[in-house]
Design a protein around this ligand. Structure first.
Ligand code: AFP
Length: 321
């Protein structure tokens, strides 16, 4: 089944189907650009896409050439689709394309951009919600998303998409069609792989430190394995494929009091997918999808993946259904 047929069969909203289809077209261009990174300019027309563009985003992150190009491609796609509002990690303020547009999109146009020049998998994360749920220029609770997904640009370009009930995976074929994969996207409740940036160990709060110590030295040491790619979409994709957990917790550094990842552009769409696949996604106290959005670029601690494996780090009230 190709993506557009899946969209027709799984959403009653033509606007939602058109928006996702337009994002897919933009993703094909972004994948092509990433694949040309570092080629002589006369071949690709682009300088090194991992090069710092000389600007910073609202979070103070250096913007790479591909960050900016991806943001522009996403903007053009959403305008073509008639989307009303666009919230981008790369834009200080929301953009209004059409006050009458029924949908709004939040996106991290190029997640993992510090990996562009290392040829590690990178991606585009998106969240779609009704434009009339925007309050004080802010998106609604993550639980009110109509759809969410991400494209991962790696050995394969794959779209993981959910409308809330299941997660569907689509691989990009050589003739540039997104075709549904024969993969039942379900996260096992128990697994033994964990993903965390261990270079931050000196700053972890005791609960995290004890949990990781147990995985390395304690009862879990025989089976545990660790992976950290440093690209959220790549670490998340592995968890969708074989389970495990991802931890980017708050730590004792002032700049990381709320972790590193952004609620609107990263945590909410990822959490929407994770819950639809039977996993859990938490800030350590409560479900990500129930977190109030208080500022556009707010950060949140982000723990997600296999429910039973993550349970020791979550309040019992947050035990997955
Ligand atoms: P970049 O987009 O700056 O590469 O950041 C990637 C990211 O937002 C997310 O994709 C990773 O999981 C996380 O940051 C990696 O953070 P550390 O570099 O602190 O490990």
């Amino acid at each position: 089944m190709i993506l557009n047929d899946y969209l027709l069969a799984n959403t009653a909203s033509p606007a939602l189907a058109t928006t996702i289809s337009s994002l897919a077209e933009a993703a094909i261009h972004i994948a092509d650009l990433a694949a040309q990174n570092g080629l002589p300019a006369h071949m690709s027309g682009q300088m090194s896409l991992g090069a710092v563009a000389g600007s910073v985003n609202e979070d103070g992150d250096d913007q790479k050439q591909l960050d900016i190009l991806a943001d522009r491609l996403i903007q053009a796609a959403l305008q073509d689709a008639g989307v009303g509002y666009y919230f981008s990690e790369e834009e200080a303020e929301p953009l209004c394309f059409d006050e009458a547009g029924e949908l709004a999109v939040a996106s991290d146009p190029l997640d993992g951009s510090s990996n562009i020049d290392t040829n590690a998998s990178i991606g585009t994360i998106f969240s779609i919600f009704p434009a009339d749920t925007i309050t004080d220029n802010l998106p609604p609770l993550g639980r009110e998303q109509l759809a969410a997904g991400f494209f991962i640009y790696g050995p394969q370009t794959v779209l993981l998409l959910s409308f809330g009930k299941e997660v569907a995976a689509f691989a990009l074929t050589p003739d540039k069609a997104f075709v549904k994969m024969t993969w039942d996207v379900v996260i096992p409740r128990q697994a033994s792989e964990f993903a965390i940036n261990a270079s931050n160990a000196a700053y972890w709060h005791p609960k995290i430190a004890e949990f990781i110590d147990d995985a390395i030295y304690g009862a879990g040491k025989e089976t545990s394995n660790m992976r950290w790619i440093g690209s959220l979409v790549a670490d998340a994709y592995r968890i969708f494929r074989r389970g495990g957990i991802f931890l980017y917790p708050a730590d004792s550094r002032p700049a990381y009091a709320q972790g590193r990842l952004r609620l609107v552009y990263e945590a909410n769409p990822i959490a929407f997918l994770i819950e639809a696949a039977g996993g859990v996604a938490s800030n350590g106290e409560a479900p990500i999808l129930d977190m109030a959005v208080t500022s556009l670029h707010q950060r949140t601690p982000l723990l997600f993946g296999s429910a039973d494996q993550l349970a020791p780090l979550l309040p019992s009230t947050h035990s997955p259904s």
